[in-house]
Design a binder for this molecule. Structure first.
Ligand SMILES: NC(=O)c1ccc[n+]([C@@H]2O[C@H](COP(=O)([O-])OP(=O)(O)OC[C@H]3O[C@@H](n4cnc5c(N)ncnc54)[C@H](OP(=O)(O)O)[C@@H]3O)[C@@H](O)[C@H]2O)c1
Length: 281
């Protein structure tokens, strides 16, 4: 299939777990470019990839080289440097025919623990990570509405996700896996997320999207079920109680739901993982 020249997409953090899944999803349909941080010969040889260190490099140079019509921000790195980089991106977005899609997190609500959160709920965080995401969200929300997409994500579990890799490592090392019995959350996969973002781009959507599973799970039950898909051996779990009461960390759609086929429930996620494990034991 020839790429659709309607958009030039720049993915910041395209070597990472989500950024790379997005690159693979979008590159056959759009002119897609990406950044990586750690030197990697495979990316160096790819003319669509740029090395970018958020603490040292000027994002303007990459923006000028790519001239994106959509920027997707999937970065990690120093928070202060990321805030400055997003300020520069916001300036670019205002001055050009360009929109920005920012990967935010359920942690923007982590100071509210009594209920799940909806798109128009006020953000409030008790964590440094949550504060940092709120700061960038607020900066982007000052841009023209149609130029901004904020997707708030719960924990993402995919076959290649760092979270599943950590579980496997604990199982291999026979070390305890921490679970949080009081934590009620929703979840998603890289597989569903990339389809959802592709849809948001195709339909030229803007605004805030809560891209978590339609159901809620207890962290301990979910992780234990996931572990039974990975191994039949006995695994040691360490129960961690951060409060005496149940605590929610869940982003539920109300204002901006996606079509049914783009929604996911936690059992589908576990089935997807199970299928993968059966083919890649
Ligand atoms: N994974 C989740 O469960 C989850 C949940 C909610 C929100 N999010 C958000 O989704 C985004 C992507 O997360 P992810 O899990 O895909 O992260 P990841 O796998 O760690 O990927 C991070 C990306 O940022 C790049 N990077 C790291 N440090 C950098 C630096 N100093 N300068 C420039 N680039 C740097 C990495 O490059 P290298 O590969 O070269 O190191 C990689 O491309 C993040 O903004 C995260 O907050 C993730």
């Amino acid at each position: 299939m020839t790429p659709d020249h309607k958009h030039r997409i720049l993915i910041l953090g395209a070597s990472g777990f989500i950024g790379n899944a997005l690159y693979k999803e979008l590159c056959s349909y759009f002119s897609t470019f990406g950044t990586y941080h750690v030197t990697n010969p495979a990316f160096e040889l790819n003319k669509h990839f740029f090395q970018y260190r958020v603490e040292e490099d000027d994002i303007f140079e990459i923006l000028e080289a790519v001239k994106p019509s959509i920027i997707i921000s999937c970065l990690r790195g120093d928070f202060h440097a990321q805030v400055i980089a997003h300020r520069h991106m916001a300036e670019y977005v205002v001055a050009h025919d360009c929109k920005i899609l920012f990967l935010s997190s359920a942690n923007v609500f982590d100071a509210y623990s009594k209920f799940p959160s909806y798109e128009d709920d006020k953000t409030l965080s008790g964590s440094i990570y949550g504060h940092f995401k709120i700061k960038i969200e607020n900066m982007l929300m000052r841009l023209p509405k149609k130029k901004v997409v904020i997707v708030r994500l719960p924990m993402i579990f995919g076959t290649q996700s760092p979270r599943v890799k950590v579980l496997k490592q604990h199982i291999a090392d026979k070390t305890a896996i921490e679970v949080f019995p009081n934590l009620i959350m929703n979840v998603t996969t890289d597989f569903k997320l990339t389809q959802q973002i592709h849809y948001i781009i195709n339909r030229n959507k803007h605004g805030i999207f809560h891209l978590g599973s339609s159901d809620l799970v207890h962290h301990d039950d979910f992780i234990m079920e996931m572990v039974t898909l990975i191994t039949s051996e006995n695994v040691h779990f360490k129960q961690v109680y951060t409060t005496n009461e149940d605590r929610y960390l869940a982003v539920i759609p109300k204002l901006n739901p996606l079509p049914k086929h783009l929604q996911i429930c936690s059992t589908e996620l576990l089935e997807e993982l199970n299928n993968y494990m059966n083919y890649n034991p």
